[in-house]
Every structure is written in structure tokens, then in C-alpha cells.
Design a protein around this ligand. Structure first.
Ligand code: SF4
Length: 355
């Protein structure tokens, strides 16, 4: 395959490659027992939980109750880095565990389920990506956080959904040509916002890709006062209807800060737990997906995030299983691309403070 034919090839997963979304069902007495056991093990092992907004409410609540943290992927890693804990329990997907290890190589990083992956990470194999970058040596390589450590190691910059537009704008202003990977929808959105010269890898998030523009129009007609908040991993037909396109943290803040009462939200429904805590009086409506079929490919909840559960968390704390290791060479290289973003966001905050 030629490197340019890569741009015409879809790196979206086939339906057979996507596991079903299975949420662990437990009753109140088992929940109480597991919570007690996990709290005691966390203390004994000087361990702290860092959980993503898309994980199950039980895990988010427990992270908050035990001095842990619930956030987006970069903030999870930043919290882990700044924490004094010897062990970080990363409740999320594999690239989040790897990013935590890259930023905190001396800490033990455990994950409830090592099979918890991400269609964006799976859709960007490091060897193919590296060959593609090699074929375009005049391009700066910018990758999204949702990539393997090896892909981050090949990149010049790592960005998040909240920082992508600012970073690309900055690079475009310097006249740089850019390779973007792996999310095609986020890449298209960023390209439109910045006008940058970008070669865009054709991966997709299986959750956000399912949001449907036409059905959203119909839903908006029924809720004319609702504000539409969209994560930029969604298709353009959905993004075009948004009152706000933003990262997970940006969506939560918007519900709290906007005066509107009703919100239609296009991102994984795991986020509703934190939004309800932060803004209990607001009405939240799920953006429509492909339909209420039984496949759960269209249920707006990530099957890999759902693999994190209280039972599995207790088990890894008891056994020490599921530790994340990243090759030291890769750690060193990947850290460069992540650090560039951390420095950039710090400078931006400083500039905003100075203004
Ligand atoms: S929601 Fe999408 S981007 Fe997030 S982990 Fe799941 S597949 Fe990856």
C-alpha cells in the first residue's frame, strides 16, 4: 500500500471488531462490600484512583470519596503525576494507563481491565503510521491523546480535544504543514477552524461516529430552547448544529455556566453522572444515535470504558495484576510530545492571565 493511499483508506473498525457494551450489574450489598474492601486496599497500598468521565458512576463516586480524581485523559495523567501515591489505578482505557506511566514512570500503574482499548488507538497501528510520517518528512506530526505510546513516540506533538484548535492554529501561523492522526472528524473540524494544511488519518471513535445529524435536527425541533453541546469527535453534520463544540470538561462547565435549562449532549453518556452532580437542576437529553437497536454499537456508551468495574478494581488491588509497562525508549520519546502540550497550555494560561 502506498503511503498516500492510506489517506483514502478507512481506519474505522468493522462491527465484528467492536465488543458489546456490558455494564457490570451488582446489588447494593455487594456494592457496599466492594467499596469497603477497595477503600481499605487503596489505603494499605498508598494507591489512588483516577477515573475518566465515561466510566461507570460507581467508579467515579469511589474515586471522589477516596481522594482520587475524575476528569478527562490529560488531567487524569496530570493528577497522577502530581499525586504522592505510589500506585495509580487508572479507570479508563489503555492509552490513559500508558500516558500515566509515561508521565509517572516510577509509579506502579494498574488498570481494572487490560482489554479496555479505544477504536482510535486500534485504528492507528504504529508501524503503518510511522511509515506514513517517514514519507512526509516536511510535515509536523500531531497526534490526539487517544493513541498508543508508540504512536505518541513518533509524534512531535500530542494534543487533546480541548487544545487541538489552539495548537494547530499556532503551528499553522508558523507556516507548518501538519500530519494529523487518528480521528478524522476531529481532524476535519480542526482543519475548518484553522485553515491549516493537514494530512488527516482516517480513524474514528465508534461512539461519537454514531451521532446522527438528521435525527438531531428532528430532536431540536421538539426542544427549541435546548442548547446543543457536541464533542468534536462527532460527524460534521452534528457539529454544524452545535451551540458549543468542546471537550468533556468544556461540556460539563458549559451546562453549569449557561443560563439554558435544557441541553442536548453529543458525547458518551457516562458524562451525565458528573453533569448531574454539578448541575442537578438542568435537563439533559442524549443526542440521537443510529437508533435504539439491540446492538449497543449505537447506545452512546463506550464498550471499553464499560469494562471498568468495581469487581475488577477490587481484584487488581488484591492481586497486583494488570500493571502497565511501557518500554523506556518509548517513554522517553513519547514524553517529548506530551510535554510540548503541557508547556504550551501553561504558556497560554500565563498569557490569558497577563491579558
Ligand atoms: S469513547 Fe471513543 S474515543 Fe473514547 S475510549 Fe471509547 S472508543 Fe475511544
Amino acid at each position: 500500500m502506498t503511503t498516500d493511499s492510506i489517506l483514502n483508506r478507512s481506519y474505522s473498525l468493522e462491527k465484528e471488531q467492536i465488543p458489546p457494551t456490558v455494564v457490570e450489574q451488582i446489588d447494593d450489598s455487594e456494592r457496599a462490600e466492594l467499596n469497603k474492601k477497595i477503600k481499605s486496599l487503596l489505603k494499605q497500598q498508598n494507591a489512588v484512583m483516577v477515573a475518566h468521565y465515561y466510566t461507570e458512576p460507581d467508579l467515579q463516586t469511589l474515586a471522589d470519596e477516596t481522594g482520587g480524581y475524575v476528569s478527562d485523559s490529560l488531567d487524569m495523567a496530570r493528577f497522577g503525576y502530581e499525586s504522592d501515591a505510589e500506585t495509580l489505578i487508572v479507570c479508563g482505557v489503555k492509552f490513559m494507563g500508558e500516558t500515566a506511566k509515561i508521565l509517572s514512570p516510577k509509579k506502579r500503574i494498574l488498570m481494572p481491565d487490560l482489554a479496555a482499548n479505544c477504536s482510535l488507538d486500534l485504528g492507528c497501528p504504529a508501524d503503518e503510521f510511522s511509515a506514513f510520517c517517514d514519507a512526509h518528512p516536511d510535515h509536523i506530526v500531531v497526534v490526539y491523546a487517544n493513541t498508543s505510546a508508540a504512536v505518541k513516540a513518533r509524534a512531535d506533538w500530542m494534543v487533546t480535544s480541548g487544545s487541538a484548535v489552539d495548537v494547530i492554529k499556532h503551528l499553522a501561523a508558523e507556516g507548518k504543514k501538519i500530519i494529523w492522526a487518528p480521528d478524522k472528524y476531529l481532524g476535519d473540524y480542526v482543519q475548518k477552524e484553522t485553515g491549516a494544511d493537514m494530512l488527516i488519518w482516517q480513524g474514528a471513535c465508534i461512539v461519537h461516529e454514531e451521532f446522527k445529524g438528521q435525527e438531531l435536527e428532528t430532536l431540536r425541533a421538539h426542544h427549541p430552547d435546548a442548547k446543543v453541546l457536541v464533542h468534536p469527535e462527532s460527524p460534521a453534520s452534528v457539529i454544524e448544529q452545535a451551540d458549543l463544540v468542546s471537550s468533556t470538561t468544556g461540556i460539563i462547565n458549559a451546562v453549569v455556566e449557561m443560563k439554558a435549562k435544557e441541553f442536548i449532549i453529543a458525547t458518551d453518556k457516562g458524562i451525565f453522572h458528573k453533569i448531574k452532580e454539578a448541575a442537578p437542576d438542568k435537563i439533559l437529553i442524549e443526542a440521537p444515535t443510529a437508533g435504539k437497536s439491540a446492538t449497543c454499537i449505537s447506545c452512546a456508551h463506550c464498550p471499553w470504558m464499560a469494562m471498568n468495574s468495581l469487581r475488577k478494581l477490587a481484584r487488581v488491588l488484591e492481586t497486583g495484576e494488570n500493571e502497565i509497562f511501557v518500554d523506556a525508549n518509548i517513554v522517553q520519546k513519547a514524553k517529548g510530545s506530551i510535554q510540548r502540550l503541557l508547556d504550551f497550555t501553561k504558556d497560554q494560561k500565563k498569557l490569558a492571565g497577563d491579558a
